[in-house]
Design a binder for this molecule. Sequence first.
Ligand SMILES: [Fe+2]
Ligand SMILES: [Fe+2]
Length: 315
Amino acid sequence: MSIQDIKIGENIENLLCAITSISTGITKTDKEYMRFVLSDNSGEIQAVCWDLEKEFKELKEGQVVEVEGTCNEYREEKQFKITNIKPTSKDYDISVLLPVEQNINLDKLELKFSNFINKRIKNLTLSWTVRYLLNKVWDKYKRVPASSKIHHNYLGGLLCHVCQMLEIAEQVICVWPDLNSDLIYSGIILHDFGKVWEYEIVPGFPRSDFGKLNGHICICWGEIYKSIDEGKKYFETLDWIWDDNLIAKLQSIIVTHHGNRDWGSPEIPKFAEATVVFALDLLSARTEGYLSLIRKSSNAWTPRISYYDTEIYTK
Ligand SMILES: [Fe+2]
Ligand SMILES: [Fe+2]
């Protein structure tokens, strides 16, 4: 049984799924209850538990559980009423629990991405830096999501997000040919590189302690910084000229790509290529975020989404 197959009115026993989020609330009669978002690779479902047992409060996001209960309808959406939920003791295949996007061919994306790196980035300093950093963590880079909830929140989500940005960037560069395309492409490829450390590839894609403490922007800035000495040494052996200014601009793209301080960027974009990366990041993330809500929703309006500060129209 997968989450997508659950029908309203159905009683379910032993549903294997992951806890994507947990919150608690208090009823009008002053009784504590718990809300969950449960997920597997077919999707997610809202769930509520009115009769709490002591062990339920020890459950954590990302945990793999077996659930019993009934699927009801609440505000025209499915809502699972939990009667029992416990960590599973069975062996399971992790791929059954990690979300995938059926319409996306990750092999094709990988090819497109490699083409960009091999053919489009001509500047030696940028090309070396991008390759050096990706080579270290390629297996995780190509699997990590771009976010755990809002957009591209599935296996390979970051790769998909980056490829969308690269594709739009090609058009932007046609409109403004004076832009430094190498800087834009390198900035796009590395803008969320720190998410390789920020997210764990387990159900629910929780943030690691290191990720929560430092955030993907600072992590990526640090990774570029650490690579500089290695790059310079390598360039000396080949008599190539290392471009410090371009690396400083690449690091600036990383720290400004959220556009403003309220959105988590320590600095504001300071040159045209940085503002392009910021705009393309926002465009890809927002468009994909809206479309994923529209795909999932069976109603004309979603509930108010706090991240967007509005409800979304889906028809
Ligand atoms: Fe980011
Ligand atoms: Fe991004």
